[in-house]
Design a protein around this ligand. Sequence first.
Ligand SMILES: [Zn+2]
Length: 281
Amino acid sequence: MKRTSMAPIFFLVAVLAAAFPALQQAPAATRLEELRGKTILLFTPHPDDDTFCCGGTLALLAKNGNNIRIVIYTNDDKGSYDPEMTSERLARIRMHEEEEACRILGIPKENISWLQYHDGMLEYANPRDLVEQVTGIIRRVRPEVVLSADPGTDYVRWHKTDHRMAANNTIDAIRAAEWHLYFPNQRLHDGLEPWLVPQEYYFYVTQEGANYWVNIDSVVEKKLDAAAAHVSQFEPSIHRYRPDWEPAALEKLKAEFRGRMLKKDGHNVEAFRVATGFNQQ
Ligand SMILES: [Zn+2]
């Protein structure tokens, strides 16, 4: 579930980018967008945060033949003002929209896993069960890279319930996955060995937290098309559901997104915070 427009978060990122222009790129062994043939696991609170945070990066990773797996915490069944809408129907709509967005980015729907928590209710899930569930996913998928929401940024920790829970839960699960004594039943019963995630990239960062930027110039239009696939989340569909766009409304949305896209050194970018090794501290 989101606001009626992504404009506020695009604007926030743009403002912060302007305020902190001189930050240095963190060193990394291989550029994220240059990885090939790797397994990438992305955790997203809702079926659209993956598009908005990193649709360009995902398109580049897909083009490079990486195996991208998307795990979606909630079914996004609340974010509509349409008085005729029901949660069950909205969840189905959101699933199809997410599958279409992923298809545009080059990710097959078979690679999407839905944990099916209700929208806005993730913080009321049993925390221990949730960490165990996601630890099991990490141990099963054994990803070279995990992408997840950054728990430290203002927007995530204060303003968005599912984002808070998803961000913290994923990090806790990354930690647990490494140590065989966490949830030992997974090894005993399911044959899941511990897994140390080699690289973590956190999205929805503020600029002061960002230390890694991916140039998405070559896939900007793909990202905008994927964003537009979430039609039920925007005007006019969010108030009176319709599955398609008036061409003029679509162009207006894309122009707005294009104008507010994060820029660095004259390029369209997506920002991340790279963090490794914190399990040992
Ligand atoms: Zn969200």
